[in-house]
Design a protein around this ligand. Structure first.
Ligand SMILES: O=c1ccn([C@@H]2O[C@H](COP(=O)(O)O)[C@@H](O)[C@H]2O)c(=O)[nH]1
Length: 237
């Protein structure tokens, strides 16, 4: 499927940032047929949530294993081989050359797609400098995207702010997945590089990751459907 063929509804990835499998399953039940794509990150994975990947896949849902791997190449290769057996659609690694190379090796010919996290959406230029980097956020995101493309990575995680520049670098060969999404009026929290769903899609994002605005909403299903409607409108669908 080309990125242009992805249905508006399937472009929303809900981050199941919840404390237990029971809480995640209750959220999945509340969201029902509305949401087709979920993300499992640290909080749920370390609370016993990894088997949910297979359970959701068996129900026809897609799962993004946001494990943000970063280790010596061999360890990343073996880790990705294990994740490929869980039935996930996407897995994240940090965008360091050895890490990305190891991940692509571990994926082999499996259907799992490797996403490289360029620069976390909670970072701005000052945060990067404090961490010892000389480059700005946009410079580092673009440099890492170029390395990821050469290494055969399948997609990139960035904020929607960088999507326009990334599209020019990687074309439509790589999926562009953007957290840092905030529907109008939502609390920003710790995110620093943010955009509304409609603007992120108009900028060229393929998938939007939304956590707290949905899972903390009084009516998560209504909020998810409102985001999907905004996505459809931005696509002219
Ligand atoms: O750069 C990144 C990479 C990953 N994330 C993850 O996305 C969700 C966003 O949650 P919100 O509650 O909508 O802020 C969360 O699971 C992060 O770990 C990211 O935000 N930025």
């Amino acid at each position: 499927m080309t990125p242009a063929e992805i249905a508006p509804k399937d472009r929303l990835i809900v981050a199941l940032d919840l404390p237990s499998v029971d809480a995640a399953e209750a959220m999945i039940a509340r969201l029902g047929d509305s949401v087709t794509f979920y993300k499992i990150g640290y909080q749920l994975a370390y609370a016993g949530g990894l088997p949910l990947i297979g359970k959701l896949a068996d129900k026809g849902k897609k799962v993004f294993a946001d494990l943000k791997m970063h280790d010596i190449g061999n360890t990343v290769t073996r880790g990705v081989e294990s994740v490929a057996r869980l039935g996930a659609t996407f897995v994240t690694v940090h965008a360091y050359p050895q890490t990305m190379k190891g991940a692509v090796e571990g994926r082999g010919s499996a259907s799992l797609k490797i996403l490289a996290v360029t620069v976390l959406t909670s970072y701005n230029d000052d945060d990067l400098h404090a961490a010892g980097y000389r480059l700005s956020v946009s410079e580092l995101v673009e440099a890492r995207a170029q390395q990821a493309q050469v290494l055969g990575v399948d997609g990139l995680v960035s904020s929607p702010e960088e999507v326009g520049a990334l599209r020019k670098i990687v074309g439509h060969q790589m999926s562009l997945v953007t957290p840092g999404i905030r529907p109008a009026g939502s609390a920003t929290g710790d995110q620093k590089r943010i955009m509304t769903p409609g603007r992120a899609i108009a900028a060229g994002a393929d998938y939007l990751v939304v956590g707290r605005p949905v899972v903390e909403a009084a009516d998560p299903k209504a909020l998810a459907e409102a985001i999907q409607a905004e996505i459809a409108q931005a696509l002219g669908a």
